[in-house]
Design a protein around this ligand. Structure first.
Ligand code: PAF
Length: 285
């Protein structure tokens, strides 16, 4: 299918009319919210949605409220035509690319905070980020009203926050987490990888190796505090410029399990800078 055949809608009314038509024909609807600059990782979300629902709508909206004042909102890569082509090739049926007024109409005054899960890690490093995510995701899900929505495990804290949000607000949608798509050296695919210089790209490929080693050590019985210290030191040695966090957390609510041997389902998560580019990744324990 070529990009010519991927319909694009820009208003809630158009989006809902299409979803209503699908429902009237007895078809289920999946959604993959994105900020564009699509890569194979996003396409794997679309394919998973397509495997689970008859129709798939992808959204592209670079959400200003989830970027901090010194973050990359202005330089965030935007390429709607190229993205539409990729979406069509992955089996997407509709692109929702809303005008900003559809998400934040004049006078917009609502902000959603998901306490607890949004507070540590990226929540601490990027104040306000998760309020922006929770608010826009609640809006997108309410606008499209899909049966299911797919989010990547690459943004694991975001995924757990969305699960909490959907539960707390009784949003009638099934949230599906998709495994992280990776490059050959294991680097988690991310739109921000495009910022890396060739030398930084080589170092970036070591983040997942250090995380996998940490997960293996935890499984073998190393203590949480030892694994965190070892992981952080390994990232420094590998050449990362700044480490925001390297932490073991409870897999569900991301609370800290405390010192000692891990006795709950865990997740080890890291965020580190190469130059100005911030990379995140995580692994199940
Ligand atoms: O993961 C993303 O791309 C964004 O955070 C999301 C979920 C589309 C909300 O803007």
């Amino acid at each position: 299918m070529s990009a010519d055949f991927l319909p694009v809608v820009r208003t809630v009314a158009q989006l809902r009319a299409q979803v209503r038509a699908w429902r009237a024909a007895g078809e289920t609807v999946g959604m993959t919210p994105t900020m564009g600059a699509l890569h194979e990782g996003h396409l794997s979300l679309v394919r998973l949605a397509k495997a689970r629902a008859r129709r798939v709508v992808a959204s592209i909206f670079v959400n200003p409220t989830q970027f901090g004042p010194n973050e990359d909102f202005d330089r965030y890569p935007r390429n709607e035509a190229g993205d539409a082509e990729l979406l069509a090739s992955a089996g997407c049926d509709l692109l929702y690319a809303p005008d900003v007024s559809q998400i934040y109409p004049p006078g917009f005054a609502t902000r959603i905070t998901v306490s607890g899960v949004s507070e540590p890690l990226d929540g601490a490093a990027r104040p306000g980020h998760f309020d922006g995510v929770a608010t826009v995701v609640a809006k997108l899900l309410n606008q499209a009203q899909p049966d299911l929505a797919v989010f990547g495990e690459k943004d694991y804290q975001q995924l757990q926050l969305i699960r909490r949000l959907v539960l707390d607000l009784d949003l009638p949608v099934e949230v599906i987490g998709a495994p992280t798509a990776r490059a050959q050296d294991g680097l988690a695919l991310s739109s921000r990888n495009a910022y890396l210089t060739p030398d930084q790209r080589i170092i970036a490929g070591r983040l997942n190796v250090v995380l996998a080693d940490a997960a293996a050590r935890l499984k073998a019985g190393d203590t949480v505090e030892k694994v965190e210290a070892t992981g952080r030191a390994a990232l420094e040695r590998q050449g990362f410029d700044q480490i925001d966090y390297f932490e073991v957390r409870h897999a569900q609510d991301l609370s800290h399990p405390g010192p000692g041997v891990l006795s709950v389902p865990g997740r080890v998560l890291a965020a580190a800078f190469l130059g100005k580019t911030r990379l995140i990744d995580n692994m199940a324990v």
